[in-house]
Design a protein around this ligand. Structure first.
Ligand code: ACM
Ligand code: ZN
Length: 547
């Protein structure tokens, strides 16, 4: 439907201008992912030249610098950023906060023969316009940084008007450095590629049974002990150990602050996830007094779920969780703090005198309600710091706490019910968003956790679940693709499983509802693939089953 609409626009433009190029060369050839809301291709070209400048006032200098950096690759030299009146041929970034025609994060990109203008009401909008512009250059100009410009590198861009804005405000991916640590340099590269696809949220799964990866000043043993495991599952034999000590691996506070700033500059929010009360074995290895049994424990050496979890019957254990979140809030400015909440077996709570006493004292009828009681403490704690709690859909089981947002992973029904009840929801179901599942079948595919989510299935995903009343649509903040790390031994494995599926999800969460055309997406991805190649991304190459 979108293609017909765009074709119509191009046809109209064709009839108005004599020298218009149109048809395939005007649309699919632009190779934009995610597909913008509206594209009108005009007549003629603008050239990126050594004399081109990026013009921006102070409030847009950061976005101007990032664009200048991106364009330095095709040009082979850095463009100057100036705060002067635009000259012929310049790129002008214009921040227009009082213009009501712009949505938050939306932008208008006008390429004319005598220059380029990007307009937006927010710096995020300017940034996204600046992400689109380099993608209008011929893909050949996306060379590996520092490599010589080929003879006659073509830096021309067709005259075009692009009107664009995202469909959803939460456009996310998740990385899991708890299972296999991911160096900060890789996280930065990953953020760069996310930004290229206009994603704006990266959840970091920082703690799990198999490792605690965040420095916490008040509890140094979390990383001194919790970031090391005796061994890991062996590649190719998941139930056997590899005999190799793993760690210490964790992010220091300085590294996190650096990553937060790096991501923020690219309009990506790092959402920290601290698993509470389950997936908590690494923490309990360091501080067994916060468990129901007292331990001792070892950091888990196999994938899976541990029965030993935080003891919410113990005031000190609840205070511990709060103090950890306190330091997390100091490091991460994210409005949402993810407390996990999934896969917390409640059998220890059934046997624990403290947990049972808490339930009696609070009039709680089930262990599920005890988890909700704990969530309520965490939510109140976060609210005092101006933050909001988000958790996996298990937090629905004992009754959702009033301000909680839900990340719906066991299908979409939990998310639908939460949205109907007025809670914000991010859709991340195992049916469409688990990018650790295989994307193709066959002997050449790497080992993976199980499951099968081919590219076309991701592309067909609609974050608005069936049956959701239209008045509740606004509670669906967006969607997130999860890259759980059990079977990602190297950062290159993460990239292989992420792309092209994350590119499909980018279009799901950015482009208008019902506008997707999978065949056209695949055609456009051919251009995106060459850009990913130039950026050194190990995306999965070769044909993929559609669904
Ligand atoms: C999950 O996959 N356990 C959220
Ligand atoms: Zn207990």
């Amino acid at each position: 439907m979108k293609i017909q609409c765009l074709t119509l626009l191009v046809t109209l433009t064709c009839s108005l201008n004599m020298n218009v190029f149109c048809g395939d060369s005007g649309l699919s050839a632009l190779g934009l992912i995610p597909q913008p809301v509206q594209v009108k291709v005009g007549s003629g070209h603008w050239m990126l030249r050594p004399e081109t400048r990026v013009v921006a006032r102070e409030n847009a200098t950061a976005e101007a610098n990032l664009l200048a950096e991106a364009l330095s690759v095709p040009l082979g030299r850095r463009l100057p950023v100036v705060a002067e009146a635009p000259r012929d041929g310049d790129i002008h970034l214009s921040l227009e906060p009082s213009d009501p025609s712009f949505d938050t994060e939306g932008y208008r990109l006008s390429v004319a023969t005598n220059g380029v203008t990007i307009r937006a009401a927010t710096t995020a909008g300017l940034f996204y316009g600046g992400v689109t512009l380099p993608q209008l250059l011929p893909v050949d100009s996306w060379r590996v940084h520092g490599s010589a410009a080929g003879p006659g590198t073509n830096c021309s861009v067709a005259v075009v008007e692009i009107e664009d804005r995202p469909r959803f405000s939460w456009r996310g991916l998740l990385l899991d450095p708890a299972r296999h640590f991911l160096p900060p340099e890789f996280i930065k590269k990953f953020v760069d590629i996310m930004a290229l696809h206009k994603f704006n949220s990266l959840q970091l799964h920082l703690t799990d049974d198999q490792g605690w990866r965040l420095e916490i000043l008040r509890y140094p043993r979390l990383t001194a002990i919790g970031s090391i495991r005796k061994e890991s599952p062996r590649r190719g034999a998941r139930n056997e150990g590899d005999g190799k000590p793993y760690g210490p691996f964790f992010y220091t506070r300085a590294q996190i602050l650096d990553l937060v700033g790096y991501a923020q500059a690219r309009h990506v929010t790092l959402v920290p996830e601290i698993e509470i009360p389950g997936h908590f074995r690494a923490a309990l290895t360091a501080y067994p007094e916060f468990s129901c049994t007292g331990g001792p424990f070892e950091v888990r050496t196999r994938w899976g779920v541990e029965p030993d979890i935080l003891c919410p019957g113990n005031d000190a254990a609840v205070a511990f969780a709060g103090e950890v979140l306190n330091e997390v809030c100091d490091l991460f400015p994210s409005r949402f703090i993810h407390i996990g909440g999934d896969e917390a077996p409640r059998e220890r709570w059934q046997q624990c005198a403290k947990c049972q006493a808490r339930m009696r004292a609070q009039g709680l009828k089930s262990e599920a309600q005890l988890q909700s009681w704990l969530n309520q403490r965490l939510e109140e704690f976060l609210a005092r710091k101006g933050r909001r709690l988000i958790g996996w859909d298990e937090i629905l089981e004992g009754g959702l706490t009033p301000g909680a947002a839900v990340m719906s992973w066991r299908g979409t029904e939990g998310g639908r019910a939460a949205a109907e009840a007025g809670h914000d929801v991010v859709m991340s179901p195992t049916t469409h968003c688990y990018f650790d599942y295989a994307q193709a079948k066959g002997p050449g595919e790497p080992e993976s956790i199980g499951g099968f989510i081919p590219l076309g299935k991701v592309y067909d995903f609609d974050p608005i679940p069936p049956g959701l009343s239209s008045s509740s649509h606004r509670h669906i903040l967006g969607a997130q693709g999860n890259l759980w790390g059990e079977y990602f031994w190297e950062p290159a494995d993460v990239e292989y499983f992420a792309y092209p599926r994350a590119a499909a999800l980018a279009e799901v969460v950015w482009s208008p509802a019902g506008s997707g055309d999978f065949t056209d997406f695949q055609r456009r991805f051919q251009a995106q693939a060459r850009r990913l190649e130039a950026l050194g991304v190990n995306y999965r190459k070769g044909p993929l089953p559609p669904n």
